[in-house]
Design a protein around this ligand. Structure first.
Ligand code: NAD
Ligand code: DAU
Length: 340
């Protein structure tokens, strides 16, 4: 039995990864370690709670004693670290917790890996560590050798963690890998992020707040394709390597929002242009040649299908997101969008 600790598994991508792994590998046991911040949702994992191959542990990755105790109990073969503060806008409002979780938390996990031994530590990173690209240079893409050049406290904390991971590889020989993925979308995406926020607001006929002119470009990937890339990396890649993950699916924010309106039969008059994000990155675009050539990864879900599946999921799972938006989220929304 292979034991995998998945941190942040009650969040968006981590939960999708757990579902993927348990379905694909009958000989795999998943231990989900999650602090259950505002972004963690235990109801997402409800269907697994009686599964003998699954264990949930409420824990902060910064809690060294707790993390060491869990490693002693579980003897994990692999650790995949999804746990993070992940929302750029929140990092602009309050950076400190991003430094704490995203940097210190990563070091605590890797110290535990060193102390107890591990076959692989995988860091789930982001394309945002490369900064952004200009809109008028469609010939430019992020490759793994591009210098890190961050814009927000969020991306700076993720880049710091990446440097630390590579330092643990070089200094201590820890068997690490890093994936830097573009924007994900799909089921269980927290409704503070662009796509789920627009779906949820459009369904309630509420304004759709587009930052600036909506010209910023993101490179969207269906979450399952990201999970499959991580699965390949932890099983097949060389250690000490960084892999960019993205599907060459660049879209302007405004086009995404218009598409969501169209799919839901809602008027574009709901679109409201609001004050821009501070330091807003213009364009992200991944060059995934390395993971394709070395590991044979290619995205499988086309955006036109993935967005339909995603919208259907939000229509079929109203309880999941209605519970979220009726709680503390209300205060967040009022604070962030009230006077924007
Ligand atoms: P998310 O915000 O949906 O989930 C984060 C999870 O981490 C939550 O369950 C939360 O409770 C948990 N968590 C937060 N702080 C913790 C702590 N101190 N200890 C333990 N658990 C903690 O995030 P997501 O969108 O699923 O992103 C997961 C990872 O993937 C992050 O590292 C993010 O940087 C990276 N990433 C995200 C995207 C994307 O488009 N969402 C793209 C590329 C990379
Ligand atoms: O690129 C990977 C990153 O993608 C991940 O590392 C982050 O964790 C994840 O949150 C995401 O960051 P972005 O900032 O790109 O995603 P977000 O959904 O917040 O915003 C996408 C774009 O939409 C961005 O240009 C800002 C814009 N936007 C966002 C919100 C929430 C709006 O115009 N209006 C909004 O209300």
């Amino acid at each position: 039995m292979v034991v995998i600790i998945v941190t942040g598994g009650a969040g968006f991508i981590g939960s999708n990864f757990i579902f993927h792994m348990l379905e694909k590998y009958p000989d795999c046991r998943i231990v989900c370690l999650d602090k259950l911040t505002y972004a963690g949702n235990l109801s997402t994992l409800a269907s697994l709670m009686d599964n003998p191959k699954f264990r949930f542990v409420k824990l902060d990755i910064c809690d060294r004693e707790g993390v060491y105790k869990l490693f002693e109990e579980e003897h994990p073969d692999i650790v995949v670290n999804f746990a993070a503060e992940s929302h750029v806008d929140r990092s602009i409002e309050a950076p400190t917790i991003f430094l704490q979780t995203n940097i210190i938390g990563t070091s605590v996990l890797m110290d535990a890996c060193r102390k107890y031994g591990i076959k692989r530590y995988h860091q789930v990173s982001t394309d945002e560590v490369y900064g952004d690209l200009p809109l008028d240079r469609s010939d430019l893409f992020f490759t793994e050798t591009r210098p890190l050049h961050t814009s927000s406290p969020y991306s700076s904390s993720k880049a710091s963690a990446d440097l630390l991971v590579l330092a643990y590889y070089r200094t201590y020989g820890l068997p690490v890998s890093i994936s830097r993925c573009s924007n994900n979308y799909g089921p269980y995406h927290f409704p503070e992020k662009l796509i789920p926020l627009m779906i949820v607001n459009a369904l309630a006929d509420k304004p759709l707040p587009v930052y600036g002119k909506g010209e910023n470009v993101r490179d969207w990937l269906y979450v399952e394709d990201h999970c499959k890339a991580i699965d390949l990396i932890i099983h097949k890649s060389r250690v000490g390597e960084v892999y960019n993950v993205g599907g060459h699916n660049e879209m302007k924010n405004i086009d995404i929002v218009k598409l969501i309106c169209k799919e839901l039969g809602k008027p574009e008059s709901l679109i409201t242009y609001v004050a821009d994000r501070k330091g807003h990155d213009m364009r992200y675009a991944i060059d995934p040649t390395k993971i394709h050539n070395e590991l044979g990864w290619l995205p499988e879900t086309k955006f036109s299908d993935g967005i339909k599946k995603t919208i259907k999921w939000y229509l079929d799972n109203k309880e999941w997101w209605q519970t979220i938006i009726s709680g503390e989220y209300k205060n967040y929304y009022e604070k962030m969008y009230g006077n924007r």
